[in-house]
Design a protein. Sequence first.
Length: 176
Amino acid sequence: MNRLLSICLSLLLVFTSACASSSGGKTARASAGDREASRERDREKVVEDLSVYRPKYEVPETTPVATVEPTNHVNDKVAVLMDTVASVNKGIKYAQGYRILAYNGSERQKVMNLRKAIIARVPEQKDYLTYQQPNFRLKIGDYFSRIEAQQVLNQLSDLIPNAQIVREQITINKSY
């Protein structure tokens, strides 16, 4: 046991002495300023002119190129198809979208006061007041995306803190 312990200690001593830093008068860790200064000196020493080895290319003279305008880029068949698609799209009045459900309850006076306040805040938005006995429902706006509805809902959040965004069939305004 003692012999094994002495062998381990001697191996440990050999390994630790092999990893010791050299004592060349310099410290193992040079400061950042010393390293930067030595790099600058090395850069100043190395000056090589490699331009003699670089290939030289002659630039060809460029002649101006005339621009070409397309003459038959849309043919008649494509124009007819585009016209039919446009006429079909004009006939579309409804689409799936989003509205803000501002009120859902049975108090008529409360929904009317809320409607007036919302119209005063955002007059450009259309309101939809429906009555299905015994509840009044007040919905605001026609939005194609939930993000658009959320922006208006943020403007109205102090008036209607419990408002929700609902998915519904919306009327398409053709003024776009």
